[in-house]
Write a protein that binds this ligand. Structure first.
Ligand SMILES: Nc1ncnc2c1ncn2[C@@H]1O[C@H](COP(=O)(O)OP(=O)(O)OP(=O)(O)O)[C@@H](O)[C@H]1O
Ligand SMILES: [Mg+2]
Length: 913
């Protein structure tokens, strides 16, 4: 019988009511042991009467079984497996060991979990209950978090209980939390009365005070209230431990065999047949458990032993001598049925006193099975334990590194790094040492110091060159990517040099492609040749699955074309690569690619797309804890916002970028943030403030030795100087910049140089100078840059008293800038155009601009002809959530059908998704 908890029960009822009208709800219950979390989950079932329930409970014994918790939860829904997107279904089937298959990105299982829940809930609302979530195996918990964060419009209520003070991915995910406190005095009285006891008011008050209204403590300590340790009053002894002590006192009364049987039951998590077999091995008759039942420590059900409370298990377990615990583990290991190899390995691991190669091997096998199912956290724990048990240094080293690699794949670098350090201290042989260095470098690149990443990757690549040239090229390529972020040209060239020496010995196509592209990029970065090599390499890329199938290649396939900034060369690749990764749910690789894709869109006429792309990249990078990628996507966003004149968003994002970049030495994006701030001021007509940022940027670039003209703010500096009347200085900046653009020889930089030079040329040369610049612009896809030149041209013509001639370029500029959404620049163009005597009608803000990024993204995907399900799969959302956003889109745009939607979206240039 449930007493009290009126407020909490109301909350649950309202969540259930919401689900019945298609609103998802997620709630994490926390509170100390015995406070009533499980009880409240039972109440949720009552509240959701008639709703199908999916449930799972974390248990200590299964916390090392790969996806054990998820399998239990999703079992009733598995019949829908073939109705979710095929790559997701494949990932989930492998994870749950339903089908063999290759490993997957750790987020793919999460995406599949969401799809399956959504599909299961398609016909009627569903209750999802997770008890003791802190004991779930980590891969299951991570998958649930991924799904929980995306539940929006599916009729699903997910309630998870987590014991306070225990860690779980569910409590670190910004999900709504309900913390349970103690029962009121009245409710406590009812609770005790229900057990047939009637304490007087004073005794009750004392009991309530001592227990803080913890229901378990109220019931278990009711008879002890006089004997309760006076130290408890007001002392910081947590209630559960006093309850545990009470259970412990009762356990002390058991006979020797009964106590041992209880221990076995605790270790085996209550499966009666296993307990019976293990007891037999320990020469104990399982029937003695009846004694424990009499003391109220547990109950014997048909095939299970159910403890009065989990605290009973921990109470008996924690007071047992280590030797006895090991005996019990050994017996349980031997008693487990054949298919339970994973649990057996785990128990054997706990049973081992010292190094034991056989046991370590069985843990290796368990780790390998987990790895194949992408249960990386489980694999890591098994390898880690195997390492502890390894008698020989060699085996220990291999296992430490394997554990480190698995923790890294599980997205938990903090658990990987100490193991790698320990391995490094053991004096690993060269090959293993390089593997350690490589992994450290890769971790640093994603989540730590990019500077460290560069050094480690360079070293790993160099050390690997003789043994494995293909891998060496990949590592050196990654070192160059780090250099790109750092703005470190010298090291990039050094790495490119090493690649050059190795490439002839590589055997794979991917390595050769990376070599060509990486060398090209390093060259461009250092202002030495480059474009030709990139162009050749890009031309060789087969436009197919090889490409989309290799996440290692992806950044290069995207970067190469970007570095060229030409309209025609390889830009379709970007979309192919990103689409491929989406299809295969390679979420971890996406943020970096989305960043590059966003950059491509932001330097064409697709600013709306760029904003979506950057925003998605920011969200995914945050979720995956990938700080360098986060800085990149945020920097792109800030720059875009600067051009859109969204002042506060731009400043906020630029600030966050700088805060992320400084400690990690990510010079490139600190530079972007400064560039963004400079352009923001320039757009808002504050050249002085703009110069301050741009000067800082120039100093930063000089300090880093970045000479790539594409990163130089010189044309903006010239613009600002001209506005301030500092012509002389502007001339010298323009002159130097133009010489460097000539060296690179790419149209984008040449066009910008052309504008800078034209801005300071005499009136008589305006047509020729601007004409040249505009011809160059025509060879690049960057509409904004072209419009800026048209604006500058028109403004100069007007000042040269050629008002009629000024109108066409100003009109073109205004039209392009308005279409882009470059508000402050469009304003400037309008002002100039009016000053020529023309009446200017400004375009109304498009209704599309009222859509949130996610609504816009959904609208874009559907307008391009995708079905709801296809859009959902690509965005890692459920179809219901896609429809939910679509309804908002309809309302905001005042339309009612997909045909109309396609029409509305066509107002803006179509793009990738
Ligand atoms: N509101 C309540 N009314 C009646 N009994 C309750 C209430 N809350 C809890 N109990 C009882 O108290 C005991 C402990 O509650 P419960 O098992 O739900 O705690 P818990 O928070 O799940 O603890 P743990 O963290 O150990 O899982 C149970 O026997 C339960 O039936
Ligand atoms: Mg509980």
């Amino acid at each position: 019988m449930l007493v009290g908890r009126e407020q909490e029960r109301r909350t649950l009822r309202s969540l259930v009511a919401g689900a019945r009208v298609g609103q998802s709800a997620v709630l994490v219950l926390t509170g100390e042991a015995g406070i009533g979390k499980t009880e409240l989950l039972h109440d949720a079932v009552t509240a959701g009467e008639g709703m199908p329930v999916l449930r799972t409970t974390g248990t200590e014994s299964e916390s090392e079984v790969p996806f054990g918790g998820l399998l239990q939860l999703l079992r009733p829904a598995l019949r829908y497996l073939d109705r979710i997107p095929a790559p997701q279904a494949a990932a989930l089937s492998t994870a749950l060991a339903l089908r063999p298959g290759p490993g997957h990105d750790r987020f793919a299982v999460g995406a599949a979990t969401l799809s399956l829940l959504s599909r299961f809930a398609e016909d009627r609302p569903v209750l999802v209950l997770v008890d003791d979530a802190h004991l779930l195996d980590l891969p299951s918990a991570q998958a649930l978090v991924f799904a929980a964060r995306r539940l929006t419009a599916d009729p699903v209520v997910l309630v998870a209980a987590v014991r306070e003070g225990r860690s779980s991915p569910l409590t670190n995910a910004d999900l709504p939390v309900l913390r349970l406190g103690g029962l009121s005095l009245d409710a406590s009285r009812d609770l005790i009365a229900a057990t047939g006891r009637r304490p007087g008011p004073a005794a009750l008050a004392r009991l309530h005070e001592v227990t803080g209204g913890n229901p378990l403590a109220l019931v278990e300590l009711a008879d002890d209230v006089d004997r309760l340790d006076p130290a408890l009053f007001g002392a910081p002894v947590p209630v559960p431990s006093s309850v545990a002590r009470a259970f412990g006192r009762r356990a002390d009364l058991l006979s020797g065999p009964a106590a041992l049987a209880v221990l076995v039951a605790a270790a085996a998590d209550g499966a009666l047949d296993v307990v019976a077999r293990a007891c037999h091995l320990l020469d104990v008759d399982v029937d003695v458990l009846a004694e424990a039942e009499q003391y109220g420590l547990l109950e014997l059900a048909a095939d299970r032993i159910v403890f009065r409370h989990p605290l009973v298990r921990s109470a008996v377990w924690s007071t047992t001598a280590p030797g006895v615990r090991r005996d019990v583990h050994r017996a349980v290991a031997a008693a487990l049925p054949e298919p339970d190899a994973d649990r057996r390995a785990w128990h054997l691991g706990q049973a081992a006193l010292g190094p034991d190669e056989d046991v370590a091997r069985s843990l290796d096998d368990a780790a390998e099975r987990a790895r194949q199912r992408s249960a990386h956290a489980v694999a890591a724990a098994a390898s880690e334990r195997a390492a502890q048990l390894s008698p020989a240094t060699d085996g220990r080293l291999q296992r430490l590194v394997a554990a480190g690699e698995s923790w890294a794949r599980a997205g938990l670098p903090d658990r990987a790094l100490p193991l790698l350090s320990r391995a490094a201290q053991l004096g690993p042989p060269a090959a293993l040492s390089a593997r350690i260095t490589a992994l450290r470098g890769r971790l640093a690149a994603r989540t730590g110091s990019v500077e460290q990443a560069r050094d480690l990757l360079l070293k790993a690549g160099t050390d690997t060159a003789a043994r494995d040239p293909d891998e060496a090229v990949m590592l050196l390529g990654e070192a160059i990517l780090a250099c790109l972020f750092l703005g470190d040209t010298a090291t990039a060239l050094e790495a490119a040099g090493t690649i050059e020496g190795v490439v002839s010995r590589t055997s794979g196509e991917p390595a050769r492609l990376v070599a060509a592209l990486a060398e090209g990029v390093a060259g461009v970065l250092a202002g030495r040749g480059g474009p030709e090599g990139i162009r050749r390499a890009v031309a060789q890329v087969p436009a197919d699955e090889l490409v989309a199938a290799d996440p290692r290649l992806a950044p290069w396939l995207v970067l190469g074309p970007l570095f060229l900034r030409e309209s025609a060369t390889g830009r379709d690749l970007l979309t192919t690569v990103v689409e491929g990764l989406r299809r295969r749910t390679v979420v971890g690789a996406l943020p970096l690619l989305l960043f590059h894709l966003g950059r491509d869109q932001a330097t064409t006429d697709r600013w709306g797309d760029a904003e979506l792309t950057y925003t998605e990249g920011v969200d995914l990078a945050r979720e995956a804890g990938q700080t360098a990628d986060l800085a990149a996507c945020l920097a792109g966003l800030a720059w875009l916002e600067a051009r859109q004149g969204r002042e506060s968003a731009c400043r906020r994002h630029a600030e966050e970028v700088i805060a992320l970049c400084r400690p990690r030495h990510i010079g490139l994006f600190e530079g972007w943030a400064l560039f963004a701030l400079g352009e923001l001021e320039l757009g808002l007509g504050r050249p002085e403030a703009a110069l301050a940022h741009l000067d800082r940027l120039a100093a930063l670039l000089a300090e880093l030795g970045i000479v790539d003209v594409d990163l130089s703010p010189a044309p903006e500096v010239v613009d600002a100087l001209v506005r301030l009347g500092r012509e002389e200085q502007a001339r010298s900046v323009a002159g130097r910049y133009s010489a460097r653009a000539e060296e690179k020889g790419q149209p984008w930089a040449l066009a910008r140089a052309g504008r800078a030079v034209a801005l300071i040329s005499p009136d008589a040369d305006l047509d020729e100078r601007f004409g040249l610049a505009l011809e160059l612009h025509a060879r690049t896809p960057d509409v904004f840059e072209r419009a800026r030149t048209q604006l500058a041209y028109g403004s100069r013509l007007r000042r040269a008293h050629r008002r009629v001639d000024a109108r066409p370029p100003l009109r073109q500029a205004l039209e392009a800038l308005e279409a882009l959404g470059a508000v402050p620049w469009a304003d400037q163009a309008a002002v100039e155009l009016r000053a020529t005597g023309e009446t200017v009608r400004r375009r109304d803000a498009s209704a599309l601009e009222q859509l949130t990024p996610q609504e816009l993204q959904v609208a874009r995907m559907l307008a391009e002809g995708r079905t709801t399900r296809e859009a959902a799969a690509a965005l890692f959302l459920s179809p219901k959530t896609v429809e939910y956003h679509l309804r908002h889109v309809y309302v905001k745009l005042g339309i009612g059908s997909r045909t109309e939607l396609a029409g509305s979206m066509a107002e803006r240039p179509a793009g990738e998704s």
